[in-house]
Design a protein around this ligand. Structure first.
Ligand code: NAP
Length: 483
């Protein structure tokens, strides 16, 4: 069973930063795969724009190399040529006047227009202003902006204000690529498409929730940016916060942009301030073969965290009393992302104390092996009396759907097509981003005031010991970080 492709209207997409890493690694490969799938036809224009002087042929060569590297096996030779024929390039400086008339000449009046800001956020304002000055914004125009959206509440507000001078909110697509992941959308399907879970989805039945996003890589090529940001700004304020919102939100009336985003916003606003004792920050050390964080960051006294574990509480009727434990870090034991909903014990065990403690856990795995697993308690087979064991009801998508169906599109494929469709459901609204910063800022302010260095942890570990204690002291424990 092949998945259904509903074609989008032809469009003109300008990629500012068309020579950059994100454009080569993610945006153009995603567009290519959608073209191969038949989601749009050759009557579309993909226009790269950056300062580097080059002609369209040179940009096509650059992108052809990127397709070789990042889309192995997709499409045949003719499809590839047809895709490359849609590409053109304009040399242009976001901060200068040159190139804008040439860009304007390439845009067609009767096509959907989208502008992807794949450049440093410091240039977003310049781009918005020049698009406006050069008459490039019509009623179909929309812009896509990348993370980071601000560095704190003040800068996010300033950025929202700048964009609002030239664009309406319905034209602004703030990307959080976690929302484009198939399993994250499945989380909503599981919750709101089944009657099984929703009645249990509250503090009466859920003991706690764990969200883990663990990476094995260090800060590598992003050292300068990362040393300035840290795990809290780079991961928790956006990606983990979005996962928390989707787990915790009330059922929206419709799966549509504002109903969904209204419910997410309510969750963020219901988050309690986090007590300093409920946060653990860590920084990875070297392991003989790889340098430590400070060496990689180029700052011997860096106090930036590469690991965070924290306990969040949501003060509303549904979740009061059910903690959400969030954890993310680099150079950890395995690359894995999962959400675990840990249900409470049965109110009374008819099998006696010797049957032990058994709990249902619903695990939503984002990577690797995307899928959903429900741990259930059954009788251990055999004649030896009523002994209980836990077994997983496992729905690894690749097994349940077949390898073809489970070959999920990259998050960018889904999200860019949503931009063209004009569907903002999986994009963050300005007030949502600001509310997330309003919750994050005070946590960071405490660290800045205290000037305490983060706790060291070993490469290949599960983070600092103190992160384990964060749960042990509540009589709970983290799930193992394993591949
Ligand atoms: P990058 O590799 O440094 O590319 C930056 C791009 O911007 C280049 O094409 C550069 O080309 C262009 N540029 C720089 N100054 C410009 C100017 N004044 N006018 C016009 N173009 C200009 O950065 P990137 O990694 O692709 O990241 C782009 C954006 O995506 C950033 O906001 C980043 O935070 C975000 N992001 C990236 C990733 C990722 O995996 N790479 C992930 C999440 C978010 P010229 O030098 O030729 O002008």
């Amino acid at each position: 069973m092949a998945s259904r492709v509903i074609p989008v209207e032809p469009f003109d997409l300008v990629i500012f930063g068309g020579t950059g890493d994100l454009a080569r690694r993610k945006i153009l490969p995603a567009l290519y795969r959608r073209f191969v799938a038949g989601q749009f036809g050759a009557d579309t224009r993909l226009i790269g724009a950056a300062r580097t002087a080059m002609d369209s042929a040179a940009w096509r060569d650059l992108i052809a190399e990127a397709l070789d590297e990042f889309t192995t096996g997709a499409g045949d030779g003719a499809t590839r040529e047809a895709f490359l024929a849609m590409l053109s390039y304009v040399t242009l400086d976001a901060r200068g006047e040159e190139g804008w008339t040439a860009l304007s000449g390439q845009m067609r009046d009767d096509r959907i227009r989208a502008f992807y800001f794949s450049v440093a956020p410091a240039l977003f304002g310049d781009l918005a202003e020049r698009l406006h000055l050069h008459g490039l914004i019509d009623e179909t125009a929309r812009i896509v902006v990348e993370k980071p959206f601000g560095h704190d509440l003040d800068s996010a507000r300033a950025l929202n204000r700048t964009l609002a001078q030239h664009f309406c909110e319905h034209q602004i697509y703030r990307i959080d690529h976690y929302l484009g992941k198939e399993t994250v959308q499945n989380l909503m399907a599981i919750r709101f498409g089944n009657v099984l879970f929703e009645p249990l989805w509250n503090s009466q039945y859920v003991d706690h929730i764990q969200i883990t996003v663990a990476e094995t890589v260090g800060i590598g090529g992003r050292a300068e940016y990362y040393n300035h940001a840290g795990a809290m700004r780079d991961m928790v304020q956006n990606h983990l916060m979005q996962l928390l919102c989707l787990i915790a939100m009330e059922p929206p009336a419709r799966f549509a942009p504002d109903p969904v985003r209204d419910e997410k916003l309510k969750v963020i606003r219901a988050l309690d301030p986090v007590a300093p004792g409920d946060v653990v920050r860590g920084q990875y050390g070297g392991d003989g073969t790889q340098p430590d964080f400070r060496t990689q960051a180029g700052h011997g006294d860096s106090t930036t965290e590469s690991f965070i574990a924290l306990k969040a509480q949501i003060s509303n009727w549904r979740w009061a009393g059910t903690p959400f434990y969030l954890r993310t870090g680099k150079r950890l034991r395995a690359r894995t992302s999962e959400i675990a909903v840990v249900f409470k014990d049965a109110p009374h065990s008819i099998f006696g104390a010797e049957a032990g403690r058994h709990r249902n856990i619903l695990t939503i795995r984002l990577q690797p092996n995307e899928g959903i697993e429900l741990g259930v308690t059954i009788k251990e087979p055999g004649p030896g009396g009523m002994r209980l064991i836990d077994v997983p009801l496992d729905m690894t998508f690749a097994e349940a759907l077949g390898p073809e169906e489970a070959d999920f599109p990259d998050a960018y494929e889904r999200l860019i097509m949503d931009v063209i469709r004009g569907n903002q459901t999986l994009f963050m609204r300005g007030d949502e981003v600001e509310a997330a910063w309003a919750w994050t800022d005070p946590i960071i302010a405490v660290w800045q005031a205290e000037q305490e260095p983060p706790l060291p942890y070993d490469t290949g570990s599960a983070g600092p010991e103190e992160a384990l204690m964060l749960m042990h002291r509540d009589g709970r424990r983290w799930r193992e970080i394993k591949p």
